[in-house]
Ligand binder design. Structure first.
Ligand SMILES: CC(=O)SCCNC(=O)CCNC(=O)[C@H](O)C(C)(C)COP(=O)(O)OP(=O)(O)OC[C@H]1O[C@@H](n2cnc3c(N)ncnc32)[C@H](O)[C@@H]1OP(=O)(O)O
Ligand SMILES: CC(C)C(=O)C(=O)O
Length: 592
């Protein structure tokens, strides 16, 4: 017996004679003169069908139990999906039990239509229809493969025999429904499986024949669902196929043209979107792209792609982390950290220039909001590198910037401000950024907000080794003070007292930055002052975080001058490097 790991270990032939490209054939393009889809835009959401409980489920190593299915069903209906394929009732006892539970326990919301899938096989059609007994409203979804390869290799059938399979299946389905589903508002979906590999004229022939049996008319639609069962072409070719159908299908007004893209080439989302441009009115897919092989098209990505184009997807993604958690539990599969919109890392920048632009974007948004007396959430979203406001999908801003060796001063300033309430002056950002870079280069890995705060403390706050008069007595010092935070907004008298104290010791003091009232509060209850002191012509920074302004000013100056003296005298300046993780968390301000 070959196990999974044995199979993975089998060495493939090396491509010594070149890649085996000759074994594969290019996909035939579609002749579609005057194709219209490239000039269109998507202005409304399609009808969505979730096939998580069927196509998604059939691709799992451990298919869902009825309990897990119910959790997924409730998630989907809660999000707003109104068409849900709930299973393949003849596949397993669990699938059947789930369909029966939905019906018998009356668990289907009044505006939700469930569907069940069956192959075009007589006995299976009967049992599938039977599985719906007692329901008020449901759809039966019938499929048979129509592609030349399938006709030749799997069925051994001619085109006519293949078409008859679909026609016969439709007749049987209607016959059993008449017999078993009295009073049910029955819907019908037909899928020519492997549509994308099937000759277009044959697809049309089969669909016409199926429609002749179902007789769609106003109030009795037929859903014709066209799958890229195995995605094989560029998305534009699929769009051409869909537009060809849109142009040529008869009874078009009573047909819902649906697509069911898979993702074998990694272009399932593009295929679905181009298909919508080409005339698709309905899209089948799964949350986070679960499904056979490389998956079905991801409904989350499609929905949020629409949202970010200003189109309401009609589905609620406001708590995307919960959606992800439930889907992960039900499927037993993790969602990749880089999955569009939902992955752990997709709203996070580690790299400096990205962080800088994000910080400036947030600052600009906050500034505009303040000027207009509005909330940032009311303004158009314009933050570089973030395609979507994380808040719109229930994410906090905290992880938007994370620090490592790729980061720069903008990112460091962002974390110090948003996590610790310390709004560093520009020149201090550059200075501190060098400290952070040195630490990152030495230690590798990520620097958490707490460690960052510890680095700051050790670099700028913790130098009160000598009493201030002693520090200052040796030579003249000038100090430029930056007062942080709107909360302190120190009364002029307090600033004067601090300045006088320093002047008495011969320090020439200038207050260069005094935050305007109402500017973001400095951390917690404390007072934060940054001092840039000139010692023998060299600038050194210190910071004071104290309960009152005078103490903070004196601490900041003492730290800066001590640091300067030690550096100039070649003394062993204590560096933050290697001193272990800081445990002192700075005061965190509310919001971002
Ligand atoms: C692209 C899709 O996702 S289609 C949905 C696929 N989903 C599943 O297969 C999950 C559920 N399936 C099952 O539980 C089982 O496959 C069953 C119950 C449907 C059938 O089981 P079995 O009778 O054991 O057949 P098996 O699974 O081997 O299927 C192969 C048979 O189905 C036939 N077949 C395959 N597709 C179709 C179809 N759409 N219509 C009619 N017959 C079909 C094959 O020709 C083959 O017939 P043969 O035995 O005469 O050669
Ligand atoms: C049954 C059809 C719609 C299908 O799942 C596929 O072709 O992928």
């Amino acid at each position: 017996m070959t196990t999974e790991s044995d199979a993975a270990a089998v060495p493939g032939p090396a491509w010594t004679a070149g890649a085996p490209a000759a074994r594969y054939r290019p996909f035939e393009p579609v002749g579609l003169p005057g194709r219209r889809w490239p000039d269109r835009t998507i202005a409304t959401a399609p009808r969505w069908l979730s096939t998580d409980l069927r196509d998604g489920n059939q691709a799992l190593a451990a298919p869902m139990t009825p309990e897990r299915k119910l959790a997924m069903f409730e998630l989907l209906t809660g999000m707003g999906y109104r068409e849900i394929e709930v299973g393949f009732p003849v596949a397993s006892q669990d699938d059947l039990a789930f369909v029966r539970a939905l019906i018998e326990r009356d668990l289907i919301p009044a505006d939700v239509r469930i569907s069940v899938l069956t192959p075009a096989r007589d006995e299976m059609i009967r049992r599938t229809v039977l599985s719906l007994e007692g329901t008020r409203r449901a759809t039966v979804h019938l499929y048979n493969a129509t592609s030349p390869l399938f006709r030749r290799v799997v069925f051994g059938m001619s085109r006519d025999e293949c078409k008859d399979m679909a026609v016969h299946g439709t007749r049987l389905l209607m016959k059993y429904a008449d017999k078993l589903l009295g009073g049910c508002d029955l819907g019908f979906t037909y899928s020519p499986e492997l549509f994308n590999e099937t000759e277009l004229d044959f697809t049309l022939e089969v669909c016409e024949a199926v429609m002749d049996v179902w007789q769609p008319e106003p109030g009795r639609e037929i859903v014709l669902n066209f799958p890229t069962t195995v995605e094989r072409s560029l998305p534009n070719v699929f769009a051409d196929q869909v537009e060809w159908l849109d142009r040529n299908l008869p009874r078009r007004a009573d047909v819902c043209l649906s697509v069911h893209p898979h993702n074998d080439r990694g272009t399932g989302v593009a295929s679905a979107e181009l298909a919508m441009l080409a005339g698709a009115q309905r899209v089948e897919g799964c949350l986070f792209g679960n499904g056979e092989r490389a998956g079905n098209v991801c409904l989350v990505t499609l929905g949020l792609n629409l949202l970010t184009q200003g189109v309401d997807p009609g589905v609620d993604f406001s708590d995307l982390d919960r959606v992800r958690r439930v889907a992960e539990e039900c499927n037993g599969l993790p969602v990749h950290p880089r999955h569009p919109y939902a992955g752990d890392l997709v709203y996070t920048a580690f790299s400096g220039s990205h962080q800088d632009a994000i910080k400036k974007g947030f600052d600009a948004l906050d500034g505009t909001a303040a000027r207009r007396g509005a909330q940032p959430a009311e303004l158009p979203w314009e933050v570089p590198y973030l395609p979507l406001d994380p808040h719109d999908v229930g994410r906090a801003y905290e992880a938007v910037v994370r620090i490592n060796s790729q980061s720069g001063k903008g990112g460091v300033a962002y974390v110090m401000s948003t996590r610790h309430g310390l709004n560093l002056p520009l020149a201090l950002r550059a200075d501190f950024s060098r400290v952070v870079q040195e630490h990152a280069d030495g230690e590798g890995g990520e620097i958490s907000p707490d460690v960052l705060f510890g680095l700051f403390q050790r670099a700028y706050v913790e130098y009160p080794a000598l009493p201030l008069p002693l520090v200052l007595c040796a030579e003249p010092v000038t100090a430029e003070l930056h007062l942080d935070g709107g909360r302190l907004c120190p009364p002029p008298a307090a600033v004067k007292a601090a300045r006088d104290a320093l002047t008495r010791w011969g320090v020439e003091v200038r207050v260069v930055h005094r935050p305007p009232p109402g500017s973001p509060a400095a951390g917690g209850d404390g007072v934060v002052v940054y001092a840039e002191c000139r010692v023998r012509g060299h600038a050194f920074w210190g910071a004071g975080i104290e309960d009152d302004l005078t103490a903070a000013v004196l601490s900041a100056v003492r730290s800066a001058v001590t640091r300067g003296r030690m550096t100039i005298n070649g003394l062993d300046v204590p560096t933050p490097r290697g001193s272990g993780p800081a445990v002192v968390a700075g005061p965190v301000i509310a919001g971002r």
